[in-house]
Design a protein around this ligand. Structure first.
Ligand code: PLP
Length: 423
């Protein structure tokens, strides 16, 4: 039955599909940190919709609000019309996110994807400054549309554009240069301050504080502060792409809070809708809000059911610090477990912050094999990094410690199966 039912995917779904190849089963239902396939097999989720499910699958608090809203015929499709759902969300953003952090941002609703938020941020930075170049970083990932691809590192993804990707200049991310390599800031400062360097003065710098797709590469708080200072000194706008690392993934709601910096523009998507529903935001300093009405628009900017679940998620999880302290504590647990693995096996290292962690393999092919062995044992994990050499752990923030330990046990077993020379 199952094999027959798989055929339709092979038969008519485009070759572009990806995750279904790593996880060859047909999923049916999900709850919390678990997915169930149509044969009734359960899988623990250390992937969380690539960071779109920080509050777990079908979170009951959000689900109830969503069902109530749908059943009372609340607006579903709203373009950028004012709605009751949007008003409540904006009020909650103001009182729960911005005011307590002393942040003064205007809120833009772009199309409902991370890439669309990035496009809007880049367009706005160029419009406001009248400059075209953007500085981006090695191993960055910002989405698959042309503007976002231009600031993305991965060669295979860039190649898909089919046209030259222009007006971006890559810089070394924190830790990119080999031991003994020059300080990346000396390089950046030198070229920015030299009229003959060949790099035009950029409109903006776009950065992820932790590069999720790029291999769980972590910018230190000192590095982020230096970057913010470098931008401020030269009137270059700082865009933090918090699409994957925002919404509490690293502990605090915004991933840049740990560095105590205030970006000029922030992009959010993935978990901002709370329930896995498409939604994105661009936050900008008020003086940057120089858009003309409709200058960046889109049919699905008003996904009001997502506004409802976004609002409830903010109110329920961000009115106090429980989720964020829990994330840090669970992150410690993950780190302790992964450190044990790196001590037990050769050719392994680990890095992480909050509840995003990477297990890095000197032999890249082992990472994919570990993910496959984990899948066979009921755990979903994906690889990331330039050579897919990193097993990336991205569990829901609402996962219990017992579930975490269970998944980490499967991971340890899978590493044992794959890595020869195991003790
Ligand atoms: C996922 C991601 C994007 C793109 O978001 P989409 O919704 O897939 O377009 C952009 N930036 C970062 C950092 C991401 O992780």
């Amino acid at each position: 039955m199952t094999t027959l039912d798989m055929n339709i995917f092979d038969e008519i779904e485009s070759n572009v599909r990806g995750y279904c190849r790593a996880w060859p089963t047909v999923f049916d239902t999900a709850s919390g940190s678990w997915l169930r396939d149509e044969d009734g097999r359960d899988y623990l989720d250390f992937f969380a919709g690539a960071g779109a499910l920080n509050y777990g699958h079908n979170n009951p608090v959000l689900k109830q609000a969503l069902v109530d809203y749908v059943m009372r015929d609340g607006i579903t499709h709203g373009l950028d019309m004012s709605t009751v759902a949007k008003r409540r969300l904006l009020e909650t953003i103001q009182t729960t996110l911005l005011e307590p952090r002393d942040l003064d941002y205007k809120v833009q609703f772009p199309g409902p994807t991370g890439a669309n938020a990035v496009e809007a941020a880049l367009k706005l930075a160029r419009k406001v400054t009248g400059r075209t170049t953007i500085l981006n970083f090695t191993n960055a990932f910002h989405g698959m549309t042309l503007g976002a691809l231009a600031v993305t590192g991965n060669a295979a993804k860039r190649a898909g554009a089919g046209v030259p990707l222009l007006h971006a200049t890559p810089m070394p991310f924190d830790g990119y240069l080999p031991e003994g390599g020059d300080d990346p800031f000396v390089w950046m400062e030198t070229i920015l301050d030299d009229a003959s360097s060949g790099v035009d003065k950029p409109a903006a710098v776009i950065v992820e504080t932790v590069q999720g797709e790029g291999g769980v590469n972590i910018a230190s708080v000192e590095w982020l502060r230096s970057l913010a200072q470098l931008c401020a000194d030269r009137e270059i706008l700082l865009i933090v792409d918090d699409v994957q690392m925002g919404c509490g993934r690293t502990g605090p709601f915004f991933s840049f809070e740990a560095a105590d910096i205030t970006p000029d523009i922030v992009t959010l998507s993935k978990s901002i809708g709370g329930y896995g529903l498409p939604m994105a935001l661009v936050l900008m300093k008020p003086e940057l809000d120089q858009w003309a009405p409709g200058e960046h628009n889109g049919t699905f900017r008003g996904n009001n059911p997502a506004f409802v679940t976004a609002q409830v998620a903010l109110e329920h999880y961000w009115s106090d610090t429980l989720l964020s302290t829990g994330t840090l504590a669970k992150g410690e647990l993950v780190h302790r477990n992964l450190s044990k693995l790196t001590e037990s096996f050769q050719g392994l290292s680990t890095r992480g912050r909050g509840l995003v962690h990477g297990l890095v393999f000197d032999e890249p092919s082992q990472a994919g094999k570990v993910c496959q062995a984990a899948f066979e044992r009921g755990l979903l994990t994906e690889t990331s990094g330039a050579s897919d050499e990193v097993v990336k752990l991205l569990p829901p923030l609402t996962i219990t410690s017992a579930e975490l330990e269970h998944g980490l046990g499967i991971l340890a077993e899978s590493v044992g199966v794959v890595c020869e020379g195991a003790h």
